[in-house]
Ligand binder design. Structure first.
Ligand code: ADP
Ligand code: ZN
Length: 815
């Protein structure tokens, strides 16, 4: 649409600048330009790629610069995703462009490259021979990538030419990944097959049987159109033979996009089970909303093995039958190959898998196949929430409580579950969140009517929940075999003798140090916030990273009077060695961050363990997730309390989730399983309730405490993080900013801090934090206004040098 009115485009950039900028849209670009397309524009002293988010005729009261180039033929961001990212930009207080960037597969990212061009017609006389030659070559190519030029001729000489203005540096946009095309061969027209047959028989009669004619005969019996790659798998059909035939005007080709995804599982749709009564009830409720095409949200609560996945599959199938698409979110897909496989069995090639370990090419292909409508189901981890699923009807969020749904760094610091719910709203779609241990937020949501609770209380294959023994480390202090107490040692020995398997879990969290009494296990906590205190060694201080409370490093344990020392956990590797020593005849596998960095490392370790190539699996909390091994009968948690040492209001919830997931790992088939929790705090509610598999009792207690202390879900926590290289400056900015917070917030919520972050220094940046708690009902509009006001006030009082300190905003921070 070409307008005679001056036309403007609002353009978002992938930077921390929150608001889009307005540019002039020249007449000659108006037809080509559109919302959701990328453009090339001047930005400050450079040029940059930006995304058009709005086109309008409202002339701004400043001078606008023109859009230089439209980079996409078709929109790459749909209206739906634009709406979603706009909401995120406001709610999570980040740049709109930043969110759009996160929503696109890597291959479409905004990117540019510097190029050299010859800047003058008449070369100055003083250039030497080499310089003249360089200029000649660059001129010949019109432009030359700067990096390549520097590599080829050296930075010095290039720099000289640039300074003399013989060469100029220009930025050019680059598309990192373009759709991959392949030749699709077809008959030229309807009668070509007949002609081909005639031709073949003529040549046959003449006894003059060329290779290309033989190939043509093969083609007459092949179903065309067909991709070149598939044709050339026949030995007679080589590329040049096809070319030769096309010279006869019988066949021709088109360049067509073709996606090839690397994951292949078995496809056996008959694996669909008939739902049992409980599952059927849940299914009926879900479909009552799904069938109407309305927004609706369900919390499917059922222990591991209760058949949640089966319900997801049935609901998804229903959506597909209605011509809708589905989105399945799982925690981190490489950790849960089994669930992908289950979906694949039923839906086969309808599924596009998106996960962090795909190459850019693979991710782009998967994304593209959805966008083109070739596939209707996306399955993936957090960022798959943006997958361009066509006609989205249902969103499934498995293990909805999982912390990996929250992106912490970099921005956008969004929660995948909450974004999914908003996306469902926008699309009038149905959301099903499943968990054996729902998050307190989702549980409370089901109580306040935000979602509907569906419960699966029984396991369809009537395996019983395993018996859990709590081993009090105080009591077993003198009865340890290396890292494990005698009863766990005995049980493992017996299991191994029966050719069964064992898993040892050693919980690791990246955090700064804490103190723990080596006699009674006590971890000092904050008197105000009920979280553990962080130990700052250099200052010999204990501090609360929420409220800033501090005390001197105590000499004695406040519980038992013994000397307090820094807890020093041994790593998994050391644990593996100790376990190997204890069970010299057993094969041991280790699974932790170090052993799982390769592309298929997770799956390989799990598969090897599944094939019983090892008897014992030692690993961090990642072994706790989504696994199902029939021969595992012993599971030992070496240090059940580690989670509690992490200074967070959620540490109890996390600990319960971890323990109950681990407990669900053992004895899932016919064999009875045993689970052991080693702990210093046998009376902790998370341990007690996980032992009895009593989520509800745990949740009651936990919600009660959250309510008293005004933690989520009874508040919304926003964390402000201040980062900089000079600690004093960071502290000063944190102080001034916190004063602005107090001023703006007034009575509407407490401000905690500033205080040093739990991890006070990271990559040479000092970190301070301030938390605020606001009412949980605050939405995007309220949050955006509040934080805008705070920044306005802060800008008025900003201390000198304050700009060197970065201020990050984390809405709904998990810790
Ligand atoms: P969850 O997702 O809650 O952990 P699953 O859906 O994986 O549970 O179900 C656990 C096991 O029970 C799986 O092996 C599944 O095939 C089986 N199962 C689930 N529902 C049924 C059913 N209605 N009939 C028979 N087997 C079922
Ligand atoms: Zn505190």
């Amino acid at each position: 649409m070409i307008s005679v009115l001056p036309t403007f485009a609002d353009i978002a950039f992938p930077t921390a600048v929150r608001q889009p900028f307005t540019y002039k849209l020249p007449q000659e670009l108006q037809e080509q330009a559109g919302v959701g397309k990328r453009v090339w524009v001047p930005l400050q002293k450079h040029k940059a790629v930006g995304m058009v988010v709005n086109i309008h005729h409202e002339k701004p009261d400043f001078n606008t610069r023109p859009v230089e180039q439209v980079l996409d033929e078709e929109s790459i961001v749909s209206d739906e995703i634009l709406q979603l990212t706009k909401w995120m930009h406001r709610f999570y207080y980040c740049g709109w462009g930043e969110v759009i960037q996160a929503a696109l597969p890597h291959g479409l990212n905004f990117s540019s490259e510097e190029h050299l061009e010859v800047g003058m017609e008449q070369l100055p006389a003083h250039l030497n021979e080499k310089q003249v030659e360089i200029v000649r070559q660059i001129k010949e190519k019109e432009s030359y990538p700067l990096k390549e030029a520097e590599k080829r001729w050296g930075d010095g000489i290039i720099d000289q030419l640039v300074r003399q203005k013989v060469l100029g540096i220009w930025e050019k946009p680059i598309q990192k990944t373009a759709p991959k095309t392949e030749k699709l061969w077809m008959w030229t027209d309807l009668s070509s097959v007949e002609e081909a047959r005639d031709l073949v028989s003529q040549y046959k009669e003449n006894d003059n049987f060329y290779k290309w004619v033989q190939a043509l005969e093969v083609l007459t019996e092949t179903e065309l159109p067909e991709f070149q790659k598939d044709l050339t798998s026949h030995s007679l059909l080589e590329y040049y033979t096809l070319q030769r035939i096309s010279e006869e005007n019988l066949i021709t080709f088109e360049e067509v996009e073709r996606n090839n995804l690397s994951i292949r599982y078995e496809y056996s749709p008959d694996q669909l089970h008939t739902l049992n009564e409980e599952q059927q009830q849940a299914f009926t409720q879900i479909t009552s909303v799904l069938d109407k095409g309305e927004f609706g949200s369900f919390l499917l609560y059922g222990v591991t093995g209760s058949g949640k996945t089966e319900v997801y599959i049935h609901a998804l199938k229903r959506a597909l039958e209605q011509g809708k698409g589905g989105l399945v979110l799982v925690p981190e897909i490489s950790l849960t190959p089994q669930i992908v496989e289950r979906f694949y069995q039923i839906f086969g090639d309808e599924i596009a898998v998106l996960h962090s370990r795909l190459t850019n090419r693979e991710r782009y292909d998967a994304w593209r196949s959805l966008q083109q409508g070739e596939k209707s189901i996306a399955i993936g981890a957090r960022s798959a929430v943006f997958a361009p699923v066509p006609n989205l009807g249902i969103i499934i969020i498995d293990e909805e409580h999982d912390a990996s749904y929250k992106q912490e760094d970099p921005a956008p610091r969004y929660h995948g579950r909450d974004v999914a719910i908003m996306r469902a709203h926008i699309n009038d779609a149905t959301v099903v969140m499943g968990s054996a241990t729902p998050s307190m937020v989702s549980l409370q949501g089901s109580r306040t009517g935000k979602s509907k609770l569906l419960t699966l209380a029984e396991r369809p294959l009537d395996s019983t929940m395993p018996e859990v023994q709590v081993l009090d480390l105080k009591q077993y202090r003198s009865a340890m075999r290396g890292p494990i107490a005698v009863p766990l040692y005995q049980a493992t020995k017996e299991a191994l003798a029966e050719d069964e398997q064992a898993i040892f879990l050693y919980n690791r969290r990246g955090f700064s140090s804490y103190l723990q009494c080596q006699h009674c296990g006590e971890i000092p906590g904050c008197p105000n916030c009920s979280v553990s205190l962080t130990f700052h060694k250099s200052k010999k201080q204990l501090r609360c990273h929420y409220c800033g409370y501090s005390q001197r490093q105590p000499r004695q344990c406040s519980e038992c009077g013994h000397e307090v020392v820094t807890a020093q956990g041994s790593g998994t590797q050391q644990l593996e060695e100790q376990i190997t020593e204890l069970f010299p005849h057993a094969e041991t596998l280790r699974m932790d961050f170090d052993t799982t960095s390769g592309k298929n490392a997770h799956a390989n370790i799990l598969n090897a363990f599944g094939r019983k190539e090892a008897d014992i699996l030692v690993g961090t909390q990642i072994v706790g997730k989504g696994l199902d091994f029939p021969d595992v009968t012993v599971v030992g948690v070496i240090d059940a309390d580690t989670e509690l040492a992490f200074p967070s209001f959620r540490s109890g919830e996390r600990m319960y989730q971890l323990l109950s997931q681990v407990a669900g790992r053992s004895g899932r088939a016919e064999k009875e399983g045993k689970v052991f929790f080693q702990t210093w705090q046998p009376d902790h509610p998370a341990i007690q309730k996980a032992q009895k598999h009593d989520y509800e009792a745990f949740a009651e207690q936990e919600l009660d405490q959250r309510k008293q202390l005004q933690y989520p879900p009874f508040s919304r926590i926003i964390r402000f993080i201040f980062k900089g290289k000079k600690e004093r400056r960071v502290q000063q900015v944190a102080q001034v900013f916190t004063e602005s917070l107090i001023k703006v917030l007034g009575q509407s919520g407490p401000v905690l801090g500033p205080s040093p972050a739990a991890i006070g220094k990271m990559q040479n940046y000092y970190r301070w934090e301030t938390f605020i708690k606001i009412k949980p009902g605050n939405g995007a509009g309220a949050i955006e206004k509040l934080i805008d006001d705070v920044f306005d006030d802060y800008d008025e009082h900003k201390p000198q040098g304050g700009s060197s300190v970065r201020i990050n905003v984390n809405v709904d921070a998990l810790e």
